[in-house]
Structures are given as structure tokens and as C-alpha cells.
Design a protein around this ligand. Structure first.
Ligand SMILES: [Zn+2]
Ligand SMILES: [Zn+2]
Length: 181
């Protein structure tokens, strides 16, 4: 995603609004994530004098697998982002070692073209949830038979104790504690 910043870089404080999209496959998604829409990017570029600040939002629809029930589900990823771009060789001599090191750490541009592709690729990956859940209260699968508990209970013995047995368990517990004294 390239933006022509020819006019912008010449005037301090100037801004440029832009929107574009990247094809889904341009991001190196995890194997179990499938992007099903392009990555929409809306951004504003500001010339602060020190650098160009790009601030905006990216949106993308993906399909991934629920961590609990393992079913595929779709999710809209949306995140704000902000990235600073510094001009390479802006009136400096070709980078000495120290400058080269600094420039390896930050996003840069040179000439009239600002390329957002790499920054967008990174932000898109950061947007993926740490835990992928098809719904917040997904019941998951039975640990014994693998039945999807969202679709109903299976015949397996559940971990929760029958209320009548719970009484008995409490009595036993009390007896044990009583014996210690
Ligand atoms: Zn689920
Ligand atoms: Zn079961």
C-alpha cells in the first residue's frame, strides 16, 4: 500500500487522508487463520516535521478455529494503529553505523512514496485474539467423548457432583477434620 507524499513532505503540519486495501494473502497469517476479506486501511498521514505519523484503522474478516470447540468461526478484526516514518538520508550523509542501527529499528521512507505494506502486515497479525472463542461462553467439547457441549449434554459422567453425594462428601470431610483434633 503506497501513498504519494510528494506534497505532504514539503509542508509542515500538513495532513493527508487516505484509504486503500491489501489483498488477504499479503499477510503471513497463522496456518489456522484464513483471511476472507481484503485488509481495509483508513489512515491519516501528518507531517510533524520530525517524521510522518500515520494513524488509522485496519479492518479484516478472518475465519479461525475456536480454542474450545474447535469449530471454524468468522471474526472481524479491527484495530487502530499508529506508526512513525522517518525519512532515510534526509540531508545526512549515507548512514554511518550508528544511524544505520537506528534506522533498522524504525519505519522509514525515501522520496515521495510512503509504503505502508509492512506496517499493516505487522498490525494485522497483532490484531488476532490471544484466545480464539466462537462465543464468550462456548461450552467446548466433552473431555471424555468429544461431544460438542454447545449442542447438548453427552452421556458421560460430569465432573460436578450430584447434590446428594455432595452432602455425603461434606460429612466425610467433617469427620476427617474432626479426627485430626
Ligand atoms: Zn467454540
Ligand atoms: Zn462425553
Amino acid at each position: 500500500m503506497k501513498i504519494n507524499i510528494g506534497a505532504l513532505r514539503k509542508s509542515l503540519g500538513a495532513t493527508l487522508a487516505t484509504q486503500s486495501e491489501l489483498p488477504p494473502f499479503s499477510v503471513n497469517w497463522d496456518d489456522d487463520v484464513k483471511a476472507v476479506s481484503p485488509i481495509h486501511v483508513k489512515a491519516k498521514v501528518t507531517n510533524t516535521g520530525r517524521c510522518l505519523v500515520v494513524a488509522g484503522t485496519l479492518t479484516c474478516n478472518v475465519e479461525l478455529y475456536c480454542d474450545r470447540c474447535l469449530k471454524p468461526f468468522s471474526l472481524q478484526l479491527q484495530t487502530p494503529f499508529e506508526e512513525e516514518f522517518f525519512e532515510r538520508n534526509a540531508g545526512r550523509k549515507q548512514a554511518d553505523e550508528e544511524t544505520a542501527e537506528i534506522f533498522a529499528e524504525v519505519s522509514t521512507y525515501s522520496g515521495d512514496i510512503l509504503d505502508l505494506t509492512e506496517a499493516i502486515q505487522e498490525y494485522a497479525l497483532l490484531t488476532l485474539p490471544y484466545r480464539a472463542l466462537c462465543k464468550p461462553d462456548c461450552a467446548g467439547l466433552c473431555a471424555h467423548c468429544g461431544q460438542d457441549l454447545n449442542e447438548g449434554k453427552c452421556g458421560c459422567e460430569q465432573v460436578s457432583i450430584d447434590p446428594r453425594l455432595a452432602d455425603l462428601a461434606r460429612l466425610l470431610e467433617e469427620k476427617k477434620e474432626g479426627g485430626k483434633e
